[in-house]
Design a protein around this ligand. Structure first.
Ligand SMILES: [Zn+2]
Length: 243
């Protein structure tokens, strides 16, 4: 059993989260996406960590826009979805569904979760009961379907829902309160959702994050996890876009 990894989370831009994952044993450090390089550099310096890897979930500028600056500064290697190699700056290691790699003695599993973009992947670390899910799912929500279809998103969410209930989901944005407001229009009588929202409001009132969430919590309250079919998911997504 490898020593646990430290996860450090901090806000970037208006509502993005930056994440660092670090091994106190080997000193290896990865950042998940590169939303705001200045904030990531500050976080690294604050912890006295050296960046060794960048793990991209997808190509959007608020996720991969800082790749080159951080790669040049630290010599970090960039991992990302091979299907999107033309859109991920500085990509060194191309990943695909079912791939895995070792990070400081922990196995990291790659799952392709298209929908928000075609080349979207998530990083799942079973030994840490943790998944970095990018913009595929959010607390009480899911990513906009910029490139993929409802069928793809339905399948992608199904993969995440199939992870163990106590898996922590690190979503890339703090959208919970606005997602929850919409979710309550879909299932106004869902007591788990009502309780979830009360807790989320209390946390936001104290300026605390609502991320990470868990597979169990989303299965009970997230309308996109609860959609019975891809068609239903598509309808809910469209309603959310117009909400
Ligand atoms: Zn995105």
């Amino acid at each position: 059993m490898s020593a646990p990894l430290d996860i450090h989370m901090f806000p970037c831009f208006w509502d993005n989260y930056g994440f660092l994952i670090h091994s106190p044993v080997t000193g290896e450090t990865a950042c998940i996406d590169t939303p705001e390089p200045d904030k990531i550099i500050l976080a690294l310096e604050g912890k006295d960590w050296q960046l060794s890897e960048i793990w991209n979930t997808h190509h959007h500028p608020d996720h991969a826009g800082g790749n080159m600056e951080l790669k040049n500064l630290y010599g970090a290697k960039v991992r990302g979805c091979g299907a999107d190699k033309s859109r991920i700056p500085g990509l060194d290691i191309e990943l695909a569904d079912g791939d895995s790699f070792m990070f400081a003695g922990h196995k990291v599993h790659i799952m392709e979760t298209p929908g928000h973009t075609i080349g979207h992947i998530i990083y799942y670390i079973p030994t840490m009961k943790t998944a970095f899910v990018g913009d595929t799912v959010f607390a009480l929500g899911c990513g906009r379907l910029f490139e993929g279809t409802p069928e793809q998103m339905y399948e992608s969410i199904g993969k995440i829902a199939a992870l163990p209930d106590d898996t922590k989901l690190y979503c890339a944005h703090e959208y919970t309160l606005s997602n929850g407001k919409f979710a309550l229009t879909v299932e106004p009588d869902n007591q788990d959702l009502i309780n979830y929202m009360e807790e989320a409001k209390a946390r936001r009132d104290q300026n605390l994050p609502t991320v990470p969430t868990s597979v169990a919590a989303e299965k009970k309250a997230n309308p996109f996890f609860r959609a019975a079919t891809a068609k239903q998911l598509g309808k809910i997504r469209k309603a959310k876009d117009n909400f």
